[in-house]
Ligand binder design. Structure first.
Ligand SMILES: [Ca+2]
Ligand SMILES: [Ca+2]
Ligand SMILES: [Ca+2]
Ligand SMILES: [Ca+2]
Length: 367
């Protein structure tokens, strides 16, 4: 089977803000341009969204490969640049999380070219960061995922699939020793409290890791182990309670199919929906239309965005909306604070010089 490079990784969780729209309101996506990205290597791993100034809407940040990070916010339907930060070195993947456990959101970046984390501590006021600190790691970093722990935000560090130390590590804080996680071949990571015991667990590749709350994790299969199942290994996953039973389910994207696996509450999952498509690459989940059931977005063949709306009767087998353009990745956020998931979407404009391509950083606002 052809194996396209994983496009991106899903963000940790859909918005938990109250919905500010009425059930049955018609849905559309409104595309807005945030800025330009003069880089050919930007993907949505280098994009992060979080409400940093506490006004209820997420700020949007993007890192360039040289570590320069720009922050924007949506202000009265316009996008304004609000801050610059500098991680002073190569950055391919970036998260916003309180890894120093001081109550302020920090900026964390890393790259597959060097075994370090670059951390800029958040300052007390609004959107601002201290000068970067560089922390050594056992491996170069292919992915960063935020895992919420009792004491604050932790980080799951995934190494490159081809690297000698093939696996994933948990840093329970910025100054903690990395602890190896029982993961065989890391590809996609999605945190969620699957067993509702108050400790955030982690879907990781073909399994999920139950957080035992004492720093240890117990591994369970996530792919359904039956001869009829074609589930092998996800290129990406997202998590949300798609059937509204209170337990977080998983959307599983493979090269050729897109599945929803229902959390059975018995430490296992069962497939309840599947569509076929070519080269599924990335997925995010969150409420897009005006009901409480989370919807699904996939990046599929030809790198097109597809939206599958979820309702009381489940998902339709054809996407209800698609967005054109060469999508380089997706990141979810709620930029206007209305409780509906919006999408940050770098896209290729096809204008390249010898050294860089001019790409758009766009946003699809749920309307
Ligand atoms: Ca904000
Ligand atoms: Ca749990
Ligand atoms: Ca569920
Ligand atoms: Ca929104």
């Amino acid at each position: 089977m052809p194996s396209p490079a994983p496009l991106d990784q899903a963000p940790p969780s859909p918005s938990e803000r109250p919905l500010r729209c009425e059930p049955g309101e018609p849905f559309s996506w409104q595309r807005e341009t945030v800025g330009e990205i003069a880089s050919e290597r930007i993907t949505s791993k280098a994009i992060a969204a979080r409400d940093l100034d506490g006004d209820g809407g997420d700020e949007l940040a993007r890192a360039l490969p040289n570590g320069s990070v720009e922050f924007w916010k949506r202000d009265d339907s316009r996008w304004v640049s609000v801050a610059l930060a500098d991680l002073s070195g190569p950055v391919e993947t970036m998260v916003l999380a309180d890894v120093t456990h001081d109550g302020r959101v920090d900026l964390v970046g890393a790259a597959s070219t060097e075994p370090v984390l670059r951390i800029a501590r958040g300052t007390a006021e609004g959107v601002g960061f201290e000068p970067v600190e560089v922390l050594p790691l056992p491996v170069a970093v292919a992915s960063l995922t935020v895992l919420r722990l009792e004491q604050g935000d932790g980080l799951v560090v995934g190494s490159l699939p081809a690297s000698e130390l093939n696996g994933a590590w948990l840093l329970s804080s910025a100054d903690a020793e990395p602890v190896p996680l029982p993961v065989q071949a890391p590809s996609a990571f999605v945190p969620a409290d699957f067993d509702r015991d108050g400790d955030e667990d982690l879907a990781a590749g073909a399994g999920w890791l139950e957080n035992l709350g004492d720093g240890r994790f117990s591994r369970h299969p996530l792919a359904v182990q039956s001869p009829a199942s074609e589930l092998q290994f996800p290129t990406d996953m997202s998590a949300a309670d798609f059937d509204g039973d209170g337990y977080t389910d998983v959307a599983w994207m493979e090269g050729y199919a897109f599945h929803v696996l229902r959390n059975t509450r018995r430490s296992d999952f069962e497939p309840i929906w599947r569509v076929f498509q070519i080269y599924g690459l990335a997925t995010v989940a969150g409420r897009v239309d005006c009901d409480e059931l989370p919807d699904l977005v996939g990046v599929a063949g030809q790198q097109r965005l597809q939206l599958f709306l979820n309702g009381p009767n489940g998902f339709a087998d054809t996407p209800s909306h698609t967005a054109p353009g060469d999508v380089l990745g997706i990141r979810s956020g709620d930029f206007d604070g209305d409780g509906r998931m919006d999408l940050a979407q770098p896209s290729a404009r096809g204008e390249c010089s010898d050294t860089a391509c001019a790409n758009d950083l766009g946003v699809l606002m749920a309307r």
